[in-house]
Design a protein around this ligand. Sequence first.
Ligand code: ACO
Length: 181
Amino acid sequence: SHRASICYRPIEPSDREILEQIHCDLFPIRYESEFFQNVVNGQDIVSWAAVDRNRPNGRSDELVGFVTARIVLAKESEIGDMLRYDPSKPDQTLVYILTLGVVDGYRNLGIASSLIQKVIKYASSIQTCRAVYLHVISYNDPAIRLYKKMSFQCLRRLQGFYLIGGQQYDSYLFVYYVNGG
Ligand code: ACO
């Protein structure tokens, strides 16, 4: 074992294969290859990677964690009505977190918390942005605990939001208001 030295950097085209592998390992949902293409090329998606500079065997630049997010128009989102809506500002936006993951062996070090902080800081820096939001499957207790600890608010439970292997699962919608919400 070694002492991890976690560092955060943008996701790059050379991360594509490992990014796809980790998504496959961590999530019950399959993502299109177009999704990974868009993430690594930064097309409509913002993302951050965590790497361990002390990781042995030439893996010091390999992803150990990531977060991906998309900017959406508030009025076109499902939470547009939960914001302090100002009709004179139709350009209001939100940051929607698509995926967040940390590989086994690097959990409980605060990496996911730091990645969420990056998203919140980024969202706060966008003048038109009112909130960061996301969906999480209802049985994912570690993730739900994390969002609550980061002061996200649970807005609602969505019945049958996910369809996985022919089974329906509920999701929770969490939101973190920025710039006055
Ligand atoms: N030392 C010890 N413990 C710490 C430290 C530290 N320095 N920093 C944080 N912790 C604790 C936190 O307090 C937290 O405690 P809790 O279990 O009581 O909530 C716990 O460690 C987890 O916080 P982080 O370390 O920030 O989170 P982690 O990096 O382990 O990642 C995650 C959490 C992303 C949920 C991870 O378990 C994972 O990848 N799971 C599989 C994929 C997944 O479920 N992703 C989220 C799906 S929802 C979505 O993608 C929108």
